[in-house]
Unconditional design. Structure first.
Lengths: 117, 152
């Protein structure tokens, strides 16, 4: 029987999504992950975000746990995209545990005023 | 033939009395033992924390993403450690609508009792990638000393 390792447990990060005329901005709470261990990937019509905590981060061995509320520390979430996003112009930024993804909307999608002749 | 019912000694009644006592105790214990009532009044959310100890120190790790270092306050009063602060929402830019919010914001306060006396002057705190880590070395007197038991 396989043991469930802490490294295999993923949580869904809390996300705030803002939308404006020109882009969609997402803020995900993923504290304690090294930038190189964060993955933001576009699929056909979905966005996958994952973050893996490096095993060496926590003190090991000599500490015994008195109280534990934090999760395993790995994050994974998939979003379905039903808006046309300019994937090439998408930017991601990680600071103080917050992953900020700015997705500009595709040109065609921006509302165009139609002249009424 | 009727079954012989074994006669039980007073233990049985004793068990029930114990349960009754337990329940009484539970009701008599004030709620403040379970909740830090200050928390309930001040904040709607509090960060998740881990507390662990080794023979030399007590380590507290708190997940507080998206907060400025200056907005976090850590204090120790007796054997209670309190982490206080404010998480500010990203300033709403013009024209942006919030279509989905899951994150919690606002002021928070979390107090925990430490397992033993610690030397606050040697405390080391660090805030990186949204994780606040506090290492409190234990006071010399508080460290458990191993007693050798001689086998004769």
């Amino acid at each position: 029987m396989n043991n469930l390792n802490l490294q295999d447990i993923y949580e869904s990060p809390a996300a705030d999504i803002h939308e404006s005329e020109k882009d969609i901005c997402m803020f995900l709470e993923m504290p304690g992950i090294a930038k190189e261990n964060i993955n933001v990937e576009f699929g056909q019509d979905e966005l996958t975000i994952s973050g893996k905590k490096s095993a060496t981060e926590e003190c090991c061995g000599q500490h015994h746990i008195l109280f534990k509320e934090r999760g395993a520390g790995n994050y994974y979430r998939k979003f379905k995209l039903n808006v046309n996003i300019d994937k090439d112009k998408t930017e991601a930024d990680y600071k103080d545990g917050i992953l900020k993804i700015t997705m500009p909307k595709s040109e065609e999608l921006k509302s165009k005023k139609i002249e009424i002749k | 033939m009727t079954n012989l019912i074994p006669w039980r000694k007073k233990e049985k009644a004793g068990d029930l009395a114990n349960i009754q006592n337990e329940i009484n105790r539970l009701f008599n214990t004030s709620l403040s033992h379970w909740f830090d009532t200050d928390d309930l009044l001040e904040s709607a959310w509090s960060p998740a924390i881990d507390v662990k100890e080794s023979k030399d120190d007590v380590v507290i790790v708190a997940d507080i993403p998206g907060v400025n270092k200056e907005d976090i306050e850590v204090s120790v009063h007796g054997d209670i450690l309190t982490i206080k602060g404010e998480k500010k929402q990203e300033t709403q830019e013009k024209g942006k609508d919030f279509i989905h919010t899951e994150r919690f914001y606002g002021s928070f306060s979390k107090s925990i009792s430490l397992p033993c006396e610690t030397d606050i002057s040697k405390a080391d705190t660090n805030y990186k990638d949204g994780v606040l880590k506090i290492v409190l070395p234990k006071k010399e007197e508080a460290k458990t000393k191993q007693i050798q038991i001689k086998v004769r």
